[in-house]
Each structure stands twice: as C-alpha cells, then as structure tokens.
Design a protein around this ligand. Sequence first.
Ligand code: ATP
Ligand code: MG
Length: 139
Amino acid sequence: MNGKITFTMIKPDAVANGHTGKIIDHIISKGFKIVAMKYTKLSKEIAGEFYGIHRERPFFNDLVAYMTAGTIVAMVLEKDNAVLDFREIIGATDPKNAAAGTIRNLYATSIEANAVHGSDSDENAAGEASFFFNAFERF
Ligand code: ATP
Ligand code: MG
C-alpha cells in the first residue's frame, strides 16, 4: 500500500507569474486534500539542504539561486497513492516533455523554472513535510 502524503512547493516562477491560485485549484480538483500550507521564501541554506541530493550536479548553484529568488508556497497533500499520483499530475521535469494538461505543461517556463516540486518517494515526502512543517501546522 502506497502512502497518503506528498509534499509540494509552488516554485518562485509560478508564484511570480500569478499562477498560485490556479495551481492550488488544479491540485484540489484532482482529489488532493491540503493538510498544511505556508507562503515563505527560502534561504540559500534551506534551498541547498532541500536539494542536497543535487549538490554535485552542474545546475546546483543555478537551482539554489532560482529557488531563493522569490516567494514559494509549500504544502503537504493527502490522497491515496499521493506521491505517484502527484508526480502524474505535475508532468515531466522538463515542460517540453510534460504531458498535455499537467501542471508543468500548463505553467512551467523551462526545465529549471518548472512551476512545482513533487516528492519522489514516500520516505522523502515524510522527510520534506517535517522539514517544512511542525506538528501544530499539520492537521
Ligand atoms: P522536483 O524535485 O523539483 O520535483 P524533479 O524531481 O522533476 O523536480 P529533479 O531531477 O529532482 O527533478 O531536479 C530538481 C530540480 O532541479 C528540477 O525540478 C529543476 O528545477 C532543476 N533541474 C533538474 N534538471 C535540471 C537541468 N538539467 N538544468 C537545470 N535545472 C535542472
Ligand atoms: Mg526531484
């Protein structure tokens, strides 16, 4: 049985481009329940830690600069099979490859500025959710 929780961020490009409301609506319309939500801005330290797995990749510094460039919306989402179903509705990392009607197809502008994050495993979803939210902020 797959987990019920995933973690997402609406990234700086999508917030700056005015897509926050439409993306939240899209997520809710696909059957996800928002169990925590926060509007915030990442520091270089937090963004670097969050994407620590990519530290050795050539795009790491650009990724941190991009993720700290503006406000983001962090959310914990609940649904059966949450991680895989959410990856399905956001589409491929590169919006050029994202299926029609997915969030990245609709709102992303490049492989870097790709509108949203989605956890890639139940384990990472749990870790990312508690990295951003304490017990009093989730219900
Ligand atoms: P995310 O983890 O944000 O949900 P993802 O799992 O689809 O995205 P990852 O491989 O984990 O993709 O990459 C993390 C993020 O790093 C991407 O969402 C994108 O913003 C950026 N990124 C990935 N590959 C590249 C690349 N080749 N050039 C520039 N940025 C990239
Ligand atoms: Mg990823």
